[in-house]
Design a binder for this molecule. Structure first.
Ligand code: FMN
Length: 185
């Protein structure tokens, strides 16, 4: 199996990180992989924010968990109230992904979410190929309702992505996929 297919088939979300720092060069490579994702009308409707400071990450984690507790959704509130839960799982790096609200090129907002998601997937696969773990963090949405999380003007915060070396066994969990989701016409 070639390296691209191996990354696609073997990448798993990592939810336990070692304290080992990630080399700046590797973070840059992961970001470049994100920047090379396809985008509608080639608009590149994104910005990326890199947090590599432990205190900043812990502060954001705390604010996100507080927002989860205030969400009014029982399951989410319970997660946010769990003293063992950390939204970023102790990762040494968090990449924030911001989507352009109204695309400069097309005057619509139709594809920023898709484009940013493609970038995240690229970053996840690139990180895997470098021996790094990632997790896509959508639960930040409860925080985004009241906190722009440093999004630049004209952009909305969409997702976060953790980055770091895995400290857990999750990476080798076997994966199963649902049957019956493909139709050949
Ligand atoms: C849009 C999106 C949002 C996600 N948000 C979270 C999240 O907030 N926290 C988390 O632990 N995992 C999150 N995940 C990871 C999924 O739970 C994970 O990809 C899925 O369970 C499949 O596992 P795998 O990534 O190991 O293949 C998210 C994934 C996607 C695509």
């Amino acid at each position: 199996m070639n390296e691209v297919l191996r990354a696609i088939f073997e990448r798993r979300s990592i939810r336990k990180y070692s304290a080992e720092p990630v080399k700046r060069e590797d973070i840059e490579t992961v970001l470049q992989a994100g920047l090379h994702a396809p985008t509608g009308a080639d608009a590149e409707p994104w910005r990326f924010g890199v947090l590599a400071d432990r205190k900043m990450i812990e502060d954001l984690d705390e604010r996100a968990r507080a927002a989860m507790r205030e969400s009014g959704i029982e399951r989410i509130a319970a997660m946010g109230a769990n003293p063992k839960y950390r939204i970023f799982f102790g990762a040494p790096v968090v990449i924030m992904i911001y989507g352009e609200r109204t695309l400069r090129k097309t005057g619509t907002h139709l594809s920023a979410l898709a484009d940013c998601s493609a970038a995240i997937q690229n970053m996840q696969l690139a990180a895997f190929s470098l021996g790094l773990g990632t997790c896509w963090i959508g639960l930040l949405r409860y925080l985004f309702a009241t906190d722009r999380c440093m999004a630049p003007e004209g952009y909305d915060p969409l997702y976060g992505m953790t980055l770091g070396y895995s400290a857990g066994p999750e990476a080798v969990r076997p994966r199963t996929r649902r049957e019956g989701t493909v139709t050949w016409f």
